[in-house]
Design a protein. Structure first.
Length: 131
């Protein structure tokens, strides 16, 4: 997946703003290239997990489609742990065609963003081309 540095910066800013809770959102794009970050509210309001309310999820999906984009990624933050899917993340992964982006703020001075495919309970790192 290709993603502009400005979009990475936007996701990291969202993660920092939502501390001490995890942030979450969606990324729209076309042809494997991220174009737009769509922030969501973490309905869990938790530093350990995230979810997007069903109504907000529907609204965001419609906004993505209306923009001529497709859902290419779902993002969230880990406030204290590495940028790697937790077992909860794996259990809740319901979009096998989307890349799951995780930004870790374990080291607040050096945020770490990684992408993963999560399909059938299996995790594979997705190549991110940032630029």
């Amino acid at each position: 997946m290709r993603i502009a540095r400005s979009l990475v910066d936007e996701i990291v800013a969202h993660a920092r703003e939502d501390l001490p809770d995890e942030c979450c959102g969606m990324v729209g794009g076309t042809g494997g290239e991220a174009r737009t970050v769509y922030r969501a509210e973490n309905a869990e309001a938790s530093p350990l997990r995230y979810s997007i309310d069903a109504r907000e999820q529907f609204r965001l999906m419609r906004t993505i489609e209306d923009a001529g984009e497709e859902l290419i990624a779902i993002y969230h933050s880990h406030t204290k742990s590495a940028a790697y899917p937790s077992q909860t993340d794996v259990n809740l992964a319901g979009w096998p065609e989307a890349v799951y982006l995780i930004v870790s703020l374990a080291d607040p001075e050096a945020p770490d963003l990684k992408g993963f495919w999560i399909k059938g309970g299996e995790i594979a790192e997705a190549e991110l081309v940032v630029g």
